[in-house]
Structures are given as C-alpha cells and as structure tokens.
Design a protein around this ligand. Sequence first.
Ligand code: SAM
Length: 269
Amino acid sequence: MDRPAWAPEGVDMSQASPARMYDALLGGSHNFEVDRNAAEMGKRLVPDLPRLALSNRAFLRRAVRYLSNAGIRQFLDIGSGIPTAGNVHEVAHALDPAARVLYADIDPVAVTHARTILIGDDNADAIEADLRKPDDLLALAERTGQIDFAEPVGLLLVAVLHLVRDDERPRELVERLRAALPTGSHVAISHLTSALRPEDAARLGEQSANRTHTGIIFRDRAAITAMFDGWELIEPGVVELPLWHPESERDLHETPGRSLGLAGVGRKV
Ligand SMILES: C[S@@+](CC[C@H](N)C(=O)[O-])C[C@H]1O[C@@H](n2cnc3c(N)ncnc32)[C@H](O)[C@@H]1O
C-alpha cells in the first residue's frame, strides 16, 4: 500500500496503532487498513464500541470547559491523539482565545496531523513525546514556550493511561507530572475500565494485546481512583464517562451503568 500524504515517512503501516484505531472508531480518515480491521474486530466483539469513543470525546470537551471556567489558561494534553472534531484548542479557544494548548503524543501520525492543522495558530503546538519519559516530555514542553510552569496548568490524560502497563508505573508517572505543576493546576483523566462490563473488557483487552504493540489495560475502579492520589478530587469523583458533569442528553452516548470508561478531574492544592 502507498503511504498517503498525511502519513510521515517511516510509519509502520503493517501494525495497528491505538491513535489510528481510535480515529477509525470515530469515523476519521487518518488510519490504515490494519487499523480499520482492528476497529472492526473490536466492534464485532463489543458493538457499542464507537459509542465509548464518542463518550470519551464528550468527557474531554466537558473537562476542558470545566477547567477553562475554573481559570485554567494553558493545557498540556498528553496522548492527544489524531485531531478530530471538537479538539482541545477549539474548545479552549471558544471560551478564551488567548488560552494556550500543547498537544503531546507518541504517535508520529497524530503529531504530524496536529502540526498541520495548527499552522498559523500561535497559541497551540504539538510535540512528539512519551508519557513514560515524563522528564523529557516536560523539558520539551517547556522549550516550546507554550506552557509556563509557574502558572496553573490543565493536564489532560484522557484515554492514555490504559495504554501504559503496570510495570511502567502509570501512577508514578502521574505523580511525577503533578510534582512539576504549581498549585491550582488540574488533571483530567479518563481510563478504560473492567468495573462495569468485565467480560467485554476482557475480550477487548485480549484482542488489543494481539493486534497492537501495547495492548489496552482495563483497570478496576480502585486502580483508576489511585491515579488521583495527591490531587483533590472534584465532585462527583471518579465516575462513568457520561456521568461526569453531563451538559445535555447528547452527552449520554453510553448507557449509564454500562460505560466502559471511568473519568474524573483533580485539583492540586
Ligand atoms: C485513545 S487515544 C486518545 C486521544 C485523546 N486523548 C482522546 O481521548 O480523544 C490514545 C493516544 O495516546 C497515545 N499514546 C499512547 N501511549 C503513549 C505514550 N506513552 N506517550 C504519549 N502518548 C501515548 C496514542 O498514540 C494515542 O494517540
């Protein structure tokens, strides 16, 4: 298969990537056949999978609005994914055109596409960086000039920590990031969970382990809540994706009681 113009040189088109599979689930156009096949296989196992992706995007948008209303003026979005409708910079800039947004992702397709759509936008940028190397990521973020680490930051870890294995110590990574941010900073986390639909979670976890390098780790409620250690949890705490500050009926993509994701927002005090 020829490499499409949007795909950076050297990209492995034979192995599905979480960023491109998620793009395929959301109906995006920056994915390869291998990603679409993996997304289709996921849908065969769990037919409402696209609703989970929509539900997660809706949480992301609500969290950005919440943080903006709480006075956050700069966002560091780690595991930002391939840009799609309702991106963080669009949501943040709708409320505050001067807000700054820095996207960070490990996937070159995600970063290249983000940079393309951000051309001409002085208040948003994208870096290729690995959450599992937080010191390098923070240094790179600082060099872009988008994030002032003396001012409160809105840290977004949305649908990314379930791609970090236990032996890579996801909780400690969040703690390292928390330590680098000033008081008044916030974190928004969403995470795939085995809490409500353990059988579907097990099926999807197994499929992803076969199809991608990383695999998806569906964690239980206690493990996801532990990611907020050291942060003051904002009400209503760690809840199903559609139940975190729903703004309208349209936010209820998943049936409450059956969400495959948990989410919450914490504040550094
Ligand atoms: C499911 S997508 C989520 C995208 C976006 N945050 C959202 O919720 O709509 C997960 C993203 O995390 C990225 N990712 C996975 N592991 C990462 C790592 N170690 N460091 C940075 N990004 C990572 C993937 O490339 C992918 O783009």
